[in-house]
Design a protein around this ligand. Structure first.
Ligand SMILES: [Zn+2]
Length: 250
């Protein structure tokens, strides 16, 4: 896609007004390091028709639904609430400066079936000024909900759980000292960070959700099962292998 067309596409993307999130401007960022892929079972030959507005409505709806202090989310484990609170409050804190922590990305590159090529729904990094950024790829989000989960309108409880856990996953990536991450981060370092994040999410969010009888996505259940096989969750080669697979690294 040419520069001019890309620019036109970006200008076209006008989300519904939503003061809290202020997702009015699509920001494309160059550094993208951490990601959580959702296993794709896309149907060959199927394409998904959706508009940018629909993508943003879906995102805004999910952001409202998983607000950590909403009464319907009282069941959330403490770590999930803590991480979501961090995302919401950090976003609100930066907003007056013009920086958006949560950024909706219009990613409209399609594969031969008309579906987005990207495998990840969200990604996190620190920008050049060491500010946290969580990117959410609207087209991949729409594929997840409309094609994989086959929900024609809105979203269901499962979507909310996956969205909340994934957002918390990105927040875990953004723990620690903020520093701009080099785009050519060594593979081993990237993998170690993913393993750390998956382990923390699994122990602190997925397992408590599972134990309290909440709906948990199959990939997350598998992560918990693999981790349970190891006597020491901090030294678990099977878990590392699981994460590599999730990331398409093997
Ligand atoms: Zn990740």
């Amino acid at each position: 896609m040419g520069q001019a067309r890309r620019r036109r596409l970006r200008q076209k993307l006008q989300p519904p007004s939503r003061p809290l999130w202020g997702l009015r401007k699509i920001v494309l960022s160059l550094l993208m390091l951490a990601c959580l892929p959702i296993q794709s079972d896309q149907l060959p030959g199927t394409s998904l028709a959706f508009t940018e507005r629909e993508g943003l409505e879906l995102l805004n709806g999910l952001l409202d639904a998983v607000a950590p202090d909403a009464p319907q989310n009282a069941f959330m484990p403490p770590m999930l609430k803590e991480k979501l609170r961090w995302v919401y409050s950090t976003h609100a804190q930066y907003l007056p400066t013009g920086h958006k922590v949560v950024q909706a990305i219009g990613d409209y590159q399609r594969d031969e079936y008309g579906n987005p090529n990207r495998r990840t729904v969200m990604a996190a990094h620190f920008d050049e000024q060491a500010r946290p950024v969580i990117q959410i790829f609207l087209s991949r989000l729409a594929v997840l909900v409309r094609l994989q989960y086959r929900i024609k309108q809105g979203f269901d409880k499962r979507t909310e759980q996956v969205f909340a856990a994934t957002l918390a996953h990105e927040a875990i990536h953004l723990e620690g000292t903020p520093s701009p991450s080099p785009p050519d981060r060594p593979k081993a370092e990237f993998l170690a960070e993913e393993v750390r994040t998956w382990r923390k999410m699994t122990l602190g969010i997925i397992r408590p959700l599972r134990e309290s009888g909440q709906l948990v996505e199959i990939d997350f259940l598998q992560a918990d099962d693999v981790l349970k096989q190891c006597a020491d969750p901090y030294n678990c080669p099977q878990f590392e292998r699981f994460v590599r697979k999730q990331l398409g690294m093997e």
